[in-house]
Design a protein around this ligand. Structure first.
Ligand SMILES: [Ca+2]
Length: 414
């Protein structure tokens, strides 16, 4: 399980008026129209974390409703990139004040020499169709109606050295700048530097309190009670942790985020078919229960059910490695090879492909003699892949990285 060191909640931050930003009060007068959208991506989340996000949104929705906000709950399957962009624009057309809450995974990436930030929609991080970039948001918020944005996700507040603006390619830089268009007096953006805190994680200040309770209480004080943002943070800290000053809590000082469900290959036991895997080739590439190492299924690659032929079958997926965990990254897998041929013709191969780099073969195993049938036992291997992971350019809490691909004949189970 990744332990990510020294992370903190960053309140951004109109840099010149830090205190003024902290003193903002969410408007409660009824003269203006107000709306809020709740988003949540379930990608890479364990059930308990999804349940916590659902609980938080249900709760804070009731607070916003009490304050007369038009509430739009798009958690889960409706948190799609196009919806997020459409709503950002639509809400600004309809309301004077727009708030946003998002829960999910996110990151940032160096694009043409400039850092840009992205968070994931409900379908994950596999393609650009699922990544919502800072510069995607910017044109949608041109009416400058968004004023209170919380992205409970990694990295989104980590904009130190990047106060916002438009880069040399004409793209807006940073989530605070893009959502708040730009950050102006009365605006509030809350995000994290480095990894975000799981809502299920218990506080070190009170080990009976998961952070979903903190989020709920913060919104209770800021939206329902109407306290300024910093007072609401202080009140939540006092009530839950008996710490009067939010700046003395781990959210501000630093914490270890322990995210479950992200430290490994997704669906590595193939218990949900080939979900998360890209498979292909001329032969068999299916999930089978005919032979397996553990669990109920394995991935069959090669030519078992089809006539023998020349070719490769493969399965690969893009996975994510925690940014601060680069010193101990290992790829483990089990496979079982059935072969009639030598290693030159029948082989099981594993590649690692750091993004923007050519695949590197890290493992190869094959038959021994032409014409001799051989079925191996299940064999397990662990490969240190730190040197490849360090090349990763996309840095995020779940930073992406490697693409193990396994062309072979025989069975592969990962
Ligand atoms: Ca603004």
């Amino acid at each position: 399980m990744p332990k990510l060191g020294f992370l903190k909640l960053v309140l951004a931050l109109w840099l010149l008026v830090w205190l003024a930003t902290f003193s903002i009060v969410m408007p409660v007068a009824n003269a203006e129209s107000r709306g809020v959208v709740f988003y949540g991506s379930r990608w890479g989340m364990v059930q308990e974390e999804m349940d916590s996000a659902r609980e938080v949104i249900n709760y804070i929705k009731s607070l916003f409703e009490y304050r007369g906000y038009n509430c739009n709950d798009l958690y889960g399957s409706q948190t799609l990139k196009q919806n997020v962009l459409d709503y950002a624009s639509l809400m600004e057309e309809l309301f004077d004040y727009v708030a946003v809450f998002y829960h999910g995974h996110a990151g940032r990436m160096n694009l043409d020499g400039v850092l840009h930030w992205d968070f994931f929609d409900d379908e994950g991080s596999q393609t650009s169709n699922n990544l919502i970039w800072d510069y995607d948001i910017w044109p949608k918020t041109r009416r400058n109606k968004h004023f209170f944005v919380m992205l409970w996700a990694c990295r989104q507040g980590d904009t130190e050295g990047y106060p916002g603006g438009i880069d040399y390619k004409g793209r807006a830089v940073g989530m605070p700048f893009s959502w708040l268009h730009p950050i102006s007096r009365g605006d509030c953006f809350i995000g994290f530097e480095k990894a975000s805190m799981p809502l299920t994680q218990k506080s070190v200040h009170n080990t009976t309190v998961p952070y979903r309770n903190f989020v709920k209480m913060f919104y209770n004080y800021t939206i329902y009670v109407g306290f300024p943002v910093i007072d609401a943070l202080n009140e939540a800290s006092w009530n839950l942790f008996r710490i009067r000053n939010f700046y003395n809590t781990e959210l501000w000082i630093g914490f270890n985020a322990i995210w479950k469900g992200l430290q490994g290959v997704l669906n590595g036991g193939f218990e949900r078919g080939d979900l998360y895997w890209n498979v292909g080739g001329l032969g068999d590439h299916t999930v089978t229960n005919a032979d397996r190492h553990s669990g109920s299924y394995s991935m069959l690659l090669g030519f078992r059910d089809k006539p023998p032929a020349v070719g490769l079958d493969y399965a690969y997926q893009r996975i994510s490695i925690p940014t601060n965990n680069f010193s101990d990254v290992k790829l483990s897998f089990w496979f079982r090879l059935t072969t009639y041929d030598s290693i030159n013709y029948d082989q099981f191969v594993v590649y690692v492909a750091p993004e923007n780099y050519d695949p590197v073969r890290v493992f190869r195993y094959g038959g021994v003699a032409r014409g001799v049938y051989r079925q191996y036992q299940w064999l397990g291997f662990t490969i240190d892949i730190n040197q490849y992971v360090k090349r990763i350019k996309h840095s995020m809490c779940t930073s992406q990285s490697t693409t193990p691909s396994t062309p072979t004949t025989g069975h592969g189970a990962t």
